[in-house]
Design a binder for this molecule. Structure first.
Ligand code: ADP
Ligand code: MG
Length: 394
């Protein structure tokens, strides 16, 4: 298959290959690339069969490798000083409490599907911020799966890669995530968002009619580890609501919630999910019609629902959304938090020609209020993860 890489992807690949050679004193022969993802709307809906609207972004984890004749994988990453070693004779692979666990989980997942691992030296580089809610962990998992598959010459359906990467995150990183992250990283399409139905695990592509649309992502600089309980607690609340209602939140209406005998907390969590599923459908319409007013309304309503009913926002993130809404006349279309919550990033659809100006004003005002220098990224819907080994030799 011919590999076409954007100039940016090609530059990253060359940089990662150079690092590989510096590290291992040889040239790589295998490569894979995996984008991060951001979710425009539809948060905390994925594990109750709901809808979300993510897209893969043009920020990536790149992995390059060369085979070795011993049952061992050596890992270097530009974001870590320490080399990691995985002894492939040890089965099942233990977790060791660092970033190599993501790769260990992927190796186990592949082995369970009859793709036994082979010895490799691997170098990982990235321009995707890690821990900012942009799914660098899913990019690492899905990218590693493509790299390890390329090393064996085997193929797996994308759905299997998504599933094994998700299992790696559950079992090896202790994060009980839904399918959205790995799905969007694996299935991204240039220029399109994906309305993902987490019940059927199928996605409809959504191409914005508005060609002047850019997406600004602002990292609040506040991080809470998603394995520390907040995510799991919200998930448990949703599951409790489903048990009490006797059906999936996907099939629940606001009227059902009003009638049901539910405690205040599960009712609020469920109300967020039920209204969020509706907002995703409405956002598809807004995007396909280029209806900026409707987009704005849905973005702010989505944020308020997370803040007040799902209660997974933090004050810095709320402030960023409020500061963005003040710039409505300067190019901001809307704003909401995105990702698992408890810190992380805000997504701001904005008019392309104004987006750099908006980013500058927002970060200045945020820094004045909080003392935090927020990192901003302007992102575009991008293609999903794939092997790019052929591009190494072109
Ligand atoms: P997010 O997925 O939102 O970026 P997570 O906390 O889920 O945040 O995942 C971040 C973790 O993924 C990092 O702490 C690190 O362990 C791992 N990781 C991501 N990118 C890389 C990389 N390029 N090299 C090594 N580890 C990485
Ligand atoms: Mg993650």
């Amino acid at each position: 298959m011919t590999q076409t890489l954007s100039r940016h992807e090609q530059t990253l690949l060359e940089k990662t290959s150079k690092r590989f050679t510096q590290c291992y004193d040889r040239r790589p022969s295998l490569a894979a690339i995996a984008p991060g993802r951001v979710n425009l709307i539809g948060d905390h809906t994925d594990y109750t069969d709901g809808l979300c609207l993510p897209f893969a972004i043009d920020r990536y984890v790149v992995l390059v490798a060369a085979p070795v004749d011993e049952p061992r994988i050596t890992l270097c990453s530009s974001s870590s000083r320490d080399r990691q070693h995985i002894d492939l004779t040890e089965r099942p692979l233990p977790t060791v409490g660092n970033w190599s666990d993501y790769i260990r989980g992927v190796i186990e997942g592949l082995a369970a599907l009859d793709v036994p691992p082979t010895g490799l030296q691997i170098m990982i580089d990235s321009d995707l911020p890690s821990g900012a809610g942009l799914s660098s962990s899913a990019a690492l998992e899905v990218g590693a799966a493509h790299l390890l598959l390329a090393a064996t010459g085997k193929h797996l359906p994308t759905a299997d890669i998504v599933s094994l990467a998700q299992q790696a995150e559950h079992r090896y990183a202790g994060v009980p995530c839904g399918t959205m992250d790995q799905f969007s990283v694996a299935n991204g399409v240039h220029g399109a968002l994906m309305m993902l139905d987490n019940r059927s695990l199928t996605a409809d592509l959504v191409t914005p009619a508005d060609e002047d649309l850019a997406f600004l992502v602002i990292d609040s600089g506040v991080k809470h580890d998603l394995s520390d309980g907040g995510y799991g607690a919200r998930r448990a609340d949703c599951e409790a609501a489903q048990v009490a209602l006797g059906k999936s939140l996907r099939d629940v209406s606001v009227a059902d919630l009003e009638r049901a005998e539910l405690g205040d907390v599960p009712r609020r969590r469920a109300l967020h999910v039920v209204t969020e599923n509706a907002r995703v459908k409405d956002m598809v319409v807004a995007l396909e019609h280029g209806d900026r007013e409707l987009m704005a309304e849905l973005m702010y309503a989505g944020h308020a629902s997370l803040r007040d009913d799902f209660q997974n926002s933090v004050s810095e993130v709320d402030l960023l959304v409020a500061l963005a809404s003040d710039l409505h006349d300067e190019g901001v279309i809307g704003a909401r938090m995105t990702g698992g919550g408890f810190g992380g990033a805000v997504i701001v659809p904005a008019i392309e020609a104004e987006v750099e100006h908006v980013a500058g004003v927002l970060t200045n005002r945020y820094a004045q209020a909080t003392g935090i220098n927020a990192r901003t990224l302007v992102v575009h819907p991008s293609a999903g993860a794939r092997s790019i080994s052929e591009a190494l030799n072109s």
